[in-house]
Design a protein around this ligand. Structure first.
Ligand code: PLP
Length: 428
């Protein structure tokens, strides 16, 4: 037990989020084809390097970085009007909201994770339950629980076999409802449902029909519906249309209980800028977040740059986003082909920066310790991909592989993965 810390901090001291821990490990010893050939290839952290050239070019523009005496002083900590307006306009252009999206409904916070924590603080009492489909982006558990003690519980996605074949990790309204009932039987107070759409780690875009069925269940049990749409503009399959909950025409979209999270980290390729947005029509929620926004403020000078980038609609809508989506498409196809060529099945995906892949054929037994042994072996070969059990998958042997790295890094990572797995096949 560390001295001088609170009990709360002592508990936090022992925990380190898996994704964060390995991202930092790779950051300290990153592979470089010339400068550090033996470094780690990080195909585990969900960021995109595919548009670094476009970002570097755009950021050279000095007019993006203005400092006036206004910037010496305090400002509306929930977002300067220019930035909230720029986000509202950007989401209006790209998510076709049904209800008019006004800057007053947009709050700016330091990242999507901050938006989650604010919701944990303002919608849930300690011990209240939030449900989310698993496998999942595991920070949902940390962000809601670590400081505000929300109990996040899994809605485990199951494999279903029909005449047409097996659907892996399927989300249905029935499994959501069953999980709510199980929680209620245990005497738990279920207060919310958190959907990541497009999904991380599956890369799946959920249909509006399914989303409405899920909303209908939430409506029946009086739950908040939180839609994390961090990958809304990272849909790369041309045939796939993503529909934001903001665009759904239905009475089920309860303005008091529907909240949307969006961020710069994925779609705008700017994880380092730490800008997230929370969109809500709930007046009380808006008020309380504003009152406490000192904790989550993004520097005004950063928000100005962010607003100028989003308002440059020619650059954003005609250059950055189409290139981002096209390069994701190319990288996804290349990765799928490389993995398929050595017999790795890739779950169909339409969006995001990653594939959910089945490495069970390379495991002697299908259990968690074998999955982690495979993870360790890959780490020994200096390539990091995320084991499914660390994303709360009940089925062992699945991994998330990020394909949005720079081409030479992706190639090296795929080579290390395929070499390691081929060796294993030969050994078996
Ligand atoms: C679904 C989802 N939401 C939110 C975040 C976090 O976003 P930010 O970096 O803006 O905190 C991530 C990051 O991986 C994510 O995958």
């Amino acid at each position: 037990m560390a001295h001088h810390l609170s009990n709360r901090a002592n508990k936090m001291l022992e925990k380190r989020d898996f994704l964060d821990q390995y991202a930092m490990l790779c950051l300290h010893d990153p592979y470089h084809p010339v400068l550090n050939e033996k470094g780690y290839v990080n195909l585990g952290t969900s960021v995109s390097s595919l548009c670094e050239d476009i970002m570097l070019e755009r950021m050279k523009d000095p007019s993006l970085f203005k400092f006036t005496s206004k910037d010496q002083h305090y400002f509306p900590m929930w977002g300067i009007p220019e930035c909230r307006k720029a986000i509202a306009n950007c989401l209006t252009r790209h998510l076709s909201p049904n209800m008019p999206l006004h800057e007053d409904n947009v709050l700016v916070l330091n990242g999507g994770v901050a938006a989650m924590e604010v919701l944990a603080c303002c919608l849930f009492d300690p011990g209240d339950v939030l449900l989310t489909p698993s496998p999942c982006y595991t920070r949902i558990f940390v962000n809601f629980n670590e400081r505000f003690q929300v109990h996040v519980e899994d809605v485990f996605l199951k494999n279903t076999t029909e005449d047409e074949g097996t659907v892996t990790f399927e989300l249905t309204a029935a499994i959501l409802e069953n999980t709510i009932k199980e929680q209620m039987k245990r005497g738990k107070k279920v207060k919310g449902f958190f959907l990541v759409n497009p999904n991380n780690p599956l890369g799946e875009v959920y249909t509006s029909e399914l989303v409405l069925q899920l909303m209908s269940v939430c409506h029946r049990y009086n739950l908040h519906f939180i839609s994390d749409e961090a990958y809304a503009m990272s849909v790369y399959e041309p045939e796939t249309k993503f529909q934001s909950v903001l665009s759904l025409h239905s009475k089920l979209v309860d303005p008091q209980k529907t909240h949307v999270i969006w961020a710069f980290s994925k779609d705008i390729n700017l994880a380092g800028m730490r800008i997230g947005a929370l969109v809500t029509w709930n007046e009380d929620l808006l008020r309380v977040v504003k009152n406490t926004s000192m904790y989550t403020a993004v520097p005004a000078i950063t928000q100005q740059t962010a607003a100028l980038l989003l308002n440059d609609t020619v650059w954003l809508d005609e250059i950055l986003l189409p290139t981002h989506q096209h390069r994701l498409y190319i990288a996804a196809n290349k990765t799928r082909e490389a993995l398929n060529s050595i017999g790795i099945a890739v779950r169909p995906a339409q969006a995001g920066f990653f594939f959910w892949v089945d490495l069970r054929p390379f495991m002697k037994e299908i259990n968690q310790s074998e999955e982690l042994a495979l993870f360790k072996l890959l780490m020994e070969h200096k390539v990091y991909i995320t084991p499914g059990s660390e994303m709360r998958s009940l089925e062992y042997g699945w991994f998330r592989i990020v394909f949005s790295a720079k081409s030479e890094i992706l190639n090296e990572g795929l080579r290390r993965i395929t070499d390691t797995l081929k060796e294993l096949k030969n050994d078996n």
